[in-house]
Design a protein around this ligand. Sequence first.
Ligand code: NAP
Length: 236
Amino acid sequence: MKKLVVISGAGKGIGKALAQRFAAEGFSLALCARTEADLQALQTKLTQKHPGIEVFIRPTDVSKKEAVLDFAQMVQATNIPVEVLVNNAGVFLPGQIYQEEDGALEKQIETNLYSAYHLTRALVPAMIEAKRGHIFNICSTASITAYTNGGSYCISKFALLGMSKVLREEMKPHHIRVTSVLPGATLTNSWAGSDLPEERFMPPEDIAEAVFSTYQLSDRTVIEEILMRPQLGDIT
Ligand code: NAP
């Protein structure tokens, strides 16, 4: 039976690495991001490489509730049970609370927190009915660390970890596993423009590997939190 992995923000970076990792294991995928060309390129690449899978894509701005619900409807219309949901889409606007641009809080809360809330609420009832599934929330070390240049990003990621912990408690009786993923600096577009050397960052494929390894444990075990940092430590 086919199984679906749903990933928000899958056009680039960690989301793309996750899509590639699960595709390699034969999972079908439902992917969203704003940039349609990224999704189309990934769809073509993955279906050529793994002819047995289906890859559904939908350009979506997850900061908009209606767009998230539209993506969820597309997922439901596939009629393939959701085995894994990864709330990954996120935006990082560096700054300090007292100085950052007006609207930075709203933008990051909408993109990093509300998106995960609405997508989870839309998809979880069917997972509850099926009594199975695994939800990964891509939080950050900024969910537990107050970086001085983290500003509203830290606020949004602390909140996402809070949501993830609550969901873990709520989903216990429904046999749905919930894992909070807290990566440190990972080499993606989020760090575009930084002149730091590559070895200061983790590769996004390592985050995908940790998520897949966590998923493939027995249904009787949940890794509740994955905290990952570059070997050389945080970039502050
Ligand atoms: P990335 O390379 O910039 O990729 C982000 C992905 O999310 C892109 O596909 C982007 O596509 C999509 N996205 C952004 N805003 C969106 C929106 N409003 N609607 C739909 N899709 C949207 O970033 P990344 O580093 O892989 O980040 C992925 C997640 O990991 C984020 O939640 C981030 O906070 C978290 N994280 C990253 C790091 C790091 O160091 N890289 C560390 C800790 C946590 P479009 O622009 O086309 O929409």
